[in-house]
Design a protein around this ligand. Structure first.
Ligand SMILES: [Zn+2]
Length: 373
């Protein structure tokens, strides 16, 4: 099969129609919480809609192959999710929407939109796994990385990336896939799906004890049984910025990826570690995400002939996320469009003092997977 050199961009307008309902940021309206004129829920489609608009205006869209994909099938879902959860989600979605967990509400018709979101990720992974395409970027909404096999969580209704990986294993016989999740929140759902498996390496860089609550994402969660050692958590201190993320990649994530020798790498590209996100307390910026993309792309070139899929999930600063995502896509596709991120200089001036970075690096160096480079 001849492989196309252009990056695939997997996008569906329909995913922007998903609604998590009315809330003030994340608090449900009611009691002392007043209605919000703008709609109010943190998981607004605006960040992703503005990204696509920015790409259209900058000319980036026309340098990519834009692809819509069919929905994920029930058979594909059942490789990860319980039948009971799928049926209950569908029943509530057909009725009037609802919530199957405290922080994963959804409106009527969300089941089909969630299938669409999972389908975009599945198709991106299949097209790269088959060798048809060197790399791909998928815009997923609703997101997936907190979703457990039987329980939705944190705006995530289906485990999009695990569903896609299982589809690639079934269709293309992949035996070693790596997931690098730099969303600011712990990728607990992806971790849970593969916790006892040696064939899928899961790495999560996240703000220490942010979400899910209760200390999820500690270094000690390293996998179990055959999967022991194939789950790596790197909790970063609140207030960490560009340097902490790059050093976590240099000293832990990238060496771990190289050691694993994956056949394909999937990045969970949450953009909520950016310094103006309302749901976290970090100071990363578009150049952080651009640099991490460059690093993981180099590892993919070394290990698996460039096979890399980047999946956009979280990110709640509606006006800042598009610039971060735009930078990632430019780097992935190897093109520049001349867009300047107006937040970049502002956030570069707000990085933590070097004493913070030095202390944090010392903490990172105690991680069991830390490698001197
Ligand atoms: Zn997140």
């Amino acid at each position: 099969m001849k492989r196309t050199g252009r990056t695939g961009f997997y996008f569906s307008e329909r995913c922007l129609w998903f609604s998590a309902g009315q809330a003030a940021l994340v608090l449900p309206i009611g009691g002392w919480v007043q209605p919000v004129a703008s709609g109010g829920h943190a998981d607004s489609p605006e960040s992703k809609r503005r990204l696509k608009s920015l790409m259209d205006v900058s000319g980036l869209t026309e340098q990519l192959d834009v692809i819509e994909a069919g929905p994920a099938s029930r058979e594909e879902l059942l490789r990860i999710h319980t039948a009971a959860y799928i049926d209950e989600f569908k029943r509530l979605s057909d009725a009037d929407g609802g919530a199957l967990h405290r922080s994963a509400p959804f409106a009527r018709g969300s089941f089909e939109i969630a299938l669409n979101s999972a389908g975009l990720v599945r198709q991106a992974v299949l097209d790269v796994a088959s060798g048809m395409r060197r790399n791909a970027y998928a815009v997923s909404r609703p997101s997936g990385h907190h979703c457990l096999p039987g329980t939705p969580m944190g705006f995530c209704l289906l485990a999009n990336v695990p569903i896609a990986i299982e589809a690639a294993r079934a269709q293309h016989g992949l035996t070693r896939v790596a997931v690098l999740d730099w969303d600011v929140h712990h990728g607990n759902g992806t971790q849970a799906c593969f916790y006892d498996r040696a064939d899928v390496l899961t790495i999560s860089l996240h703000q220490h004890s942010c979400f899910p609550p209760g200390g999820s994402g500690s270094i000690d969660e390293a996998g179990e049984g055959a999967g022991l050692g194939a789950n790596i958590n790197v909790p970063l201190w609140p207030g960490s910025g560009h340097k902490a993320y790059i050093e976590a990649c240099e000293h832990i994530a990238m060496p771990a990826l190289r050691d694993f020798r994956p056949e394909l790498i999937v990045v969970v590209n949450g953009l909520d570690a950016n310094g103006v996100d309302p749901l976290a307390r970090m100071l990363a910026h578009s150049d952080t995400f651009r640099t991490m993309t460059r690093m993981v792309k180099a590892v993919a070139d070394e290990c698996c002939d460039g096979r890399l899929v980047i999946v956009q999930e979280g990110g709640y600063a509606e006006t800042a996320v598009p610039f971060c995502a735009h930078a990632v896509i430019e780097e992935l596709a190897g093109v520049r469009s001349g867009v300047d991120d107006p937040y970049l200089q502002l956030l570069q001036q707000q990085q933590p003092p070097s004493a913070f970075d030095d202390a944090h690096h010392k903490e990172l160096s105690r991680h069991p997977k830390y490698r001197q480079v």
